[in-house]
Design a protein around this ligand. Structure first.
Ligand code: DOR
Length: 303
């Protein structure tokens, strides 16, 4: 057995694998399948100040190259999260990353202040949702707004602060550097890549929102490239995600520079994906006589 433990921004994880925000809800369905304590951590569904119904359906579609979603941050709101979900999650002996989002800076600050009073382990600030008209990615596509919202949330909490970045930008390294300078303890990337498909029979986009975020294996090379570039540009730890579906994908993401890896769309095709990936990583490390997964972080040797 290789040692799979990692440390991200001062927080110890028993292994680097974390179900990504939005694909795991609050773990209620999955805790019937396997002990959630086997996971490195859990990123919870993006929580806003008030309950949100999300966007009209159809808002999730499978395509041959991956999944498109335009969910639009459906969630029960921070008060219901604190009352109904967080207490259960905190009994699971795994790191809880509370993902938060808002239409305004004030909304994000107020959610962060509420979380600061709890035992949640980390806050992941989502400035990259491609599916909402106000807030969301609007904060994450310009250095100035990314820096401003990160600095405001930084002031509102002492919890380790991860900022989740959008791939739908000209320079993700510039955004990463801006949030690092504003006090982020870590960055996570990539959120979904904006895409579109059309039903040629009725000439309507397949999503009611017309466009949506693409995830799944097709985005993996893009995610690896962005993680590799960001890891070189900043001094804070990077959490990698985007199309990871196997243990070897996770190893590759870590060689690119990720200290931990989130699993998204793969969970929809295989609900056991996170625990399978942990086991596959272990097998690969054992087969290569590598004692600790930490030894591989950022070890790609560019030509
Ligand atoms: O693809 C995404 N969908 N990314 C997010 O950040 C949020 C989610 C949604 O709720 O639309």
């Amino acid at each position: 057995m290789a040692n799979l433990a990692v440390n991200v921004a001062g927080v110890s994880f028993k292994n680097p694998i974390i179900p990504a925000s939005g694909v795991f809800g609050y773990g209620r369905e999955y805790e019937k399948l396997f002990p959630l304590s086997e996971l490195g951590g859990i990123a919870t569904k993006g929580t806003t100040g008030q309950p949100r119904p999300g966007n009209p359906a159809p808002r999730i579609a499978e395509t041959p190259s991956g999944m498109l979603n335009s969910v639009g941050l459906q969630n029960p709101g921070i008060d219901a999260f604190l009352e109904r979900e967080l207490p259960n999650l905190l009994t699971k002996d795994t790191v809880i990353l509370a993902n938060i989002a808002g239409s305004t800076v004030e909304e994000c600050v107020s959610i962060a202040e509420k979380l600061d009073e709890t035992d949640v382990h980390m806050i992941e600030l989502n400035i990259s949702c491609p599916n909402v008209k106000k807030g969301g990615a609007a904060f994450g596509v310009h250095c100035e707004s990314a820096e401003m919202i990160t600095a405001a949330v930084r002031k509102a909490t002492k919890k380790p602060l991860i900022v989740k970045l959008s791939p739908n930008v000209t320079s993700i390294t510039d955004i990463a550097k801006a949030v690092e300078s504003a006090g982020a303890d870590s960055v996570s990337l990539i959120n979904t890549l904006l895409g579109m498909r059309i039903n040629i029979e009725n000439r309507r986009p397949i999503l009611r929102n017309n466009v949506g975020g693409m995830s799944g294996p097709a985005v993996f090379p893009i995610a690896v490239r962005m993680v590799w570039q960001v890891a070189q540009a900043v001094s804070i730890p990077v959490i990698g995600m985007g199309g990871v579906s196997s243990g070897t994908d996770a190893i590759e993401m870590m060689m690119a520079g990720a200290s931990a890896v989130q699993i998204g769309a793969a969970i929809f095709t295989d609900p056991y994906a996170p625990v399978r990936i942990i086991s596959e990583m272990n097998d690969w490390l054992d087969a290569h006589h590598i004692a600790s997964v930490q030894e591989i972080i950022g070890t790609v040797q560019p030509w």
